[in-house]
Design a protein around this ligand. Structure first.
Ligand code: NAD
Length: 360
């Protein structure tokens, strides 16, 4: 089973397979057996590195593992430099694949290393968090952070392929899992009413992680949404912006509350509540707000958002780098499964949307 990302000569597949099958996939995808770089973080490596290295070595690969500290601070120039140093002193050539085994942090960092080493090495994403499986591993955005902001140094660089193994989510901490689920709900709301119905029917077993087949199905459907959107707009010059549904508020919440106070998923869940309020205000007849809000409210948010000052949130939204000509960009729905971007919303309306998002 696989999903295709259609980008001309940069097209690739997302294979839903056990990591055990990686050596076969590398061969099927035309990668020459030799050296490969495996980049991971300590949490993920503790579970999956040794068996994977054994499988690769058995197939004839020589593996150099680079294991980094977990967490957002690893998306840094220092960590990038450490990958460059390891790779270049070990000896690589332009055929040496970079295998990114981890969540979005490792995917973004190892992806940028692959994009820049020797002007581009084959990149293989092995996403291990739910967020990385349904979002970060698809679409070719790679980046590190700068002290002035997140993801400010990076490149669009598509992987050669992605191997998504839902069974690795068994070891993912629950908070990370629910955080990733916010992006799944977002994909359903902006593009896929069938996925929305599927989530509504299976919500309890999906959120409690009881039904592996339902989770695997959810991942495949959410990946298809992302694959469709990025296939139509690789470099975010148009349609891809709809993936920011809920994110205008989310980025402001994370920055005003201080990174880590709300998880990214909690911030996105609050942002989607506000965006649904705004969408319903504009399209009261076409958007059944109660239905959409019920799904979003199923995503747990632990900290109390009403403690955040609206003026500070508004200021943070105004200074978002995604704005054009000083107008705050919101992604709204004009019906379930269809999103668009708008910039002309009154401040008082945005404030009412925030108050709605904070309601118990
Ligand atoms: P992450 O990579 O920090 O992973 C979250 C935590 O879970 C980490 O502690 C990690 O070690 C651990 N972990 C991951 N998989 C595990 C597993 N299977 N078992 C046990 N522990 C596991 O964070 P994330 O939420 O995956 O990704 C967030 C990053 O992704 C951000 O930097 C964000 O900017 C980026 N991102 C990129 C894109 C893109 O299009 N490139 C899209 C969305 C987000």
């Amino acid at each position: 089973m696989s999903t295709h990302v259609a980008l001309g000569d940069r097209s690739y597949s997302i294979h839903y397979q056990s990591l055990e099958h990686l050596p076969g996939l590398l061969e099927d995808e035309g990668l020459r057996i030799g050296r490969c770089l495996l980049v991971s973080d300590e949490n993920v490596a503790a579970h999956y590195r040794s068996p994977l290295v054994r499988q690769l070595e058995r197939a004839g690969w020589t593996v150099r593992s680079i294991v980094l500290s977990p967490g957002e601070q690893t998306k840094s120039a220092e960590a990038l430099q450490s990958i460059y140093d390891e790779a270049l002193t070990w000896g690589i050539d332009r055929q040496t694949p970079v295998l990114a085994l981890g969540g979005g942090v490792i995917g973004d960092l190892a992806g940028f290393a692959a994009a820049t080493l020797l002007r581009g090495l084959p990149l293989v994403h092995l996403p291990t968090s739910l967020l990385a499986q349904v979002d970060a591993s698809v679409g070719g955005k790679t980046a590190i952070n700068h002290e002035t902001g997140k993801n400010l140094i990076g490149a669009f660089y598509q992987p050669r392929f992605v191997c998504t193994d839902p069974s690795v989510l068994d070891t993912l901490p629950m908070a990370e899992y629910t955080s990733g689920m916010a992006e799944v709900v977002k994909h359903a709301l902006i593009r896929d009413v069938d996925l929305m119905s599927f989530l509504e029917e299976n919500l309890v077993s999906i959120l409690s992680r009881r039904d592996r087949e339902a989770i695997a199905e959810t991942i495949r459907r959410a990946v298809s949404v992302k694959a469709d959107v990025v296939s139509a707009d690789e470099r975010e010059t148009g349609e891809r912006v709809v993936l920011n549904f809920g994110h205008t508020f989310a980025h402001a919440i994370e920055s005003v509350a201080g990174y880590g106070t709300f998880s990214h998923g909690e911030a996105v869940a609050l942002g989607m509540r506000a965006a649904l309020y705004l969408s319903h205000h504009r399209h009261p007849d076409a958007l059944p707000r109660e239905r959409a809000v019920e799904l979003v409210r199923a995503l747990p948010v632990e900290p109390d958002p009403s403690a955040l000052d609206f003026d500070s949130l508004y200021e943070a939204m105004r200074s978002d780098k995604k704005n054009t000509e000083g107008t705050i960009q919101f992604v709204l729905l004009d019906r379930l499964g269809h999103a668009y971007v708008t910039g002309d919303l009154r401040r008082s309306l945005v404030q009412r949307a925030w108050e709605f998002a904070c309601e118990e």
